[in-house]
Ligand binder design. Structure first.
Ligand SMILES: Cc1cc2nc3c(=O)[nH]c(=O)nc-3n(C[C@H](O)[C@H](O)[C@H](O)COP(=O)(O)O)c2cc1C
Length: 500
């Protein structure tokens, strides 16, 4: 596996799980990765934990393209809310002398390899500079004071940067970790997006930057931690001429973190796959054929998805803070109203929105295996490109074989819906280069986060599934040789949710 790869698709297949061939791996709890970074900061600012306001409708946040009211600007209290909602700790447990934290987002293996940095240009109550957001200890560390720039972002008042640390995920997943890093970061990016929208802002996602410039600005150790997404926000409070009041200063980069002594093992393949896609995208023309995932042509039988108004509405704040992965599914019918709300959460990012890694989106095929769902025959479905309908691909029972393919995780067979994230990896890479892989998996993570939140709001269970025998999945779903199932999310009635 360590021989190296020259394409993202090559990485994907090189890290495939094969039945009876997964090498046993000792989980070294003496070197458990630390979930936060430490700085000798220029200034330490505690976050404000108060003033959460229930009552925001989750489905409205999903649907709304632009805030109804004119855009607000973010004060420090609102910024604290955004950060707690995005990546706050919701539970702490201690075992083997280690503190384990649950957060508002799920993370493969609960390892939370992502970090958030904040670049502030104009904000009430926070001086201009770069901050590391320490969400475990609940403060911001000022790591660069004054102006900065990495080019196009100067028109924004503030920008969040989401990074991923290889070892935190590789501690458990070794070379396969890059997949999880991208999926995890997609979950986090979507939580940030929704948290900012809940404040009346209209965040702009940016996945297309020169990684090296951001790494240099944030003083990241490029062998360990890499930038994955920027989320820009521009408030309305400042007149345009005021926006450029701060003179960009490229001389002083950020402080370096105090080195972690946990003896991080390095996995050269992770650095290699990241390096393959670290430059900006150059899009090549492609036709619809290149995005096809199926090896056969199914009938064109469609079910239209109308969005229903839920009464009472799903409370965003409650959903985000009570979200957990629940696997105790029970064989109970999923009613039509809940099914449609789940479907809408899975397709809402498709609908007319510009910012969802738009260039990778035509290559992301979202499917669903349904079992005992009111209004639907059991079977394998695929969402139409614009998310307004489901196409029945094959009738039948797929849950039991899917659970076997997902490393024999039996609970998957009892979920009413198993969402599937698939793509033609060769077509994607031909069109967008290796960075397309990164956009693709992050896009899937974002949609999956919406499914988690909707399921939580509907009192259903939900759990992401990254562990699967890749080739077996291709065969079960009838995918062509260039295509892969790379993530699944199970959802449905669980014990104790009132559906028995
Ligand atoms: C990308 C990804 C892959 C995951 N894969 C699995 C999986 O294969 N099996 C499983 O039981 N849980 C899986 N999970 C769920 C995590 O184990 C869970 O999020 C983590 O333990 C934190 O717990 P919480 O979600 O309840 O806060 C996955 C989560 C993510 C985000």
């Amino acid at each position: 596996m360590n021989d190296g790869v020259s394409t993202a698709a090559g990485y994907h297949w090189a890290t495939a799980h094969i039945r009876n061939r997964i090498k046993p791996h000792f989980l070294d709890f003496d070197h458990y990765p630390r979930p936060f970074k430490t700085y000798e900061a220029l200034k330490r600012i505690p976050l404000i934990k108060a003033d959460f306001s229930p009552g925001k409708d989750l489905m409205v946040l999903f649907r709304r393209e632009k805030p109804a009211e004119p855009e607000q600007s973010l004060g420090f209290q609102a910024l604290s809310r955004v950060l707690y909602r995005s990546y706050g700790v919701t539970r702490e447990e201690k075992a083997r002398g280690i503190r384990f934290f649950s957060r508002t987002v799920p993370s493969a293996g609960g390892l939370y390899p992502c970090h958030i940095y904040l670049m502030v240009r104009q904000m009430e109550g926070l001086e201009t500079g770069v901050y590391y957001c320490n969400m475990i200890q609940e403060f911001l560390d000022l790591i660069h004071r004054g102006g900065f720039s990495h080019g196009r972002d100067r028109a924004f008042d503030l920008s969040f940067v989401v990074t991923g640390t290889f070892f935190n995920s590789a501690w458990k997943y070794r070379e396969r970790a890059f997949r999880y890093l991208l999926l995890d970061s997609g979950h986090l990016v979507e939580n940030l997006n929704l948290a900012l929208r809940a404040e009346g802002l209209c965040p702009r996602m940016d996945y297309d930057f020169e990684d090296d410039k951001i790494s240099a600005l944030l003083a990241l150790d490029k062998d360990k931690e890499v930038p994955l997404a920027c989320i820009h926000v521009s408030g309305k409070a400042f007149r345009p001429e005021e926006k450029f009041r701060t003179v960009p200063d490229l001389s002083g980069y950020c402080l370096k973190e105090i080195e972690d002594e946990s003896n991080a093992i390095s996995y050269p393949l992770l650095k290699q796959i990241h390096d393959l896609g670290k430059a900006r995208i150059e899009t090549q023309p492609h036709d619809a054929e290149a995005a096809k995932v199926l090896a056969f042509e199914p009938d064109d039988r469609r079910v239209l998805l109308d969005s229903e108004t839920l009464n009472p509405p799903l409370d965003y704040e409650r959903a985000v803070f009570s979200r957990r992965s629940k696997r105790n599914f029970i064989p109970a019918r999923l009613n039509r109203k809940n099914a449609f709300a789940l479907m809408e959460s899975a397709s809402s990012l498709y609908k007319g929105q510009q910012e969802v890694s738009p260039r990778a989106l035509p290559f992301l095929t979202v499917g669903a295996l349904l079992q005992d769902v009111e209004g639907f025959k059991d079977g394998f479905y695929i969402f139409s490109g614009e998310g307004g309908s489901l196409r029945l691909i094959r009738k039948g029972q797929f849950h039991e074989p899917l659970s076997r393919i997902c490393l024999d995780q039996q609970w998957i067979s009892r979920a009413a819906v198993n969402f599937l994230f698939m793509a033609n990896l060769t077509g994607l890479e031909t069109a967008l280069g290796p960075r397309g892989y990164r956009l693709l998996l992050m896009g899937a993570g974002r949609i999956a986060q919406r499914i988690y939140l909707a399921a939580t709001g509907l009192s259903l269970g939900c759990c992401g599934v990254g562990a699967l025998y890749d080739e077996e999945a291709r065969t079960l779903l009838g995918l062509n040789p260039d295509s892969a199932l790379f993530y699944a999310v199970s959802a449905g009635p669980v014990k104790g949710s009132g559906f028995q």
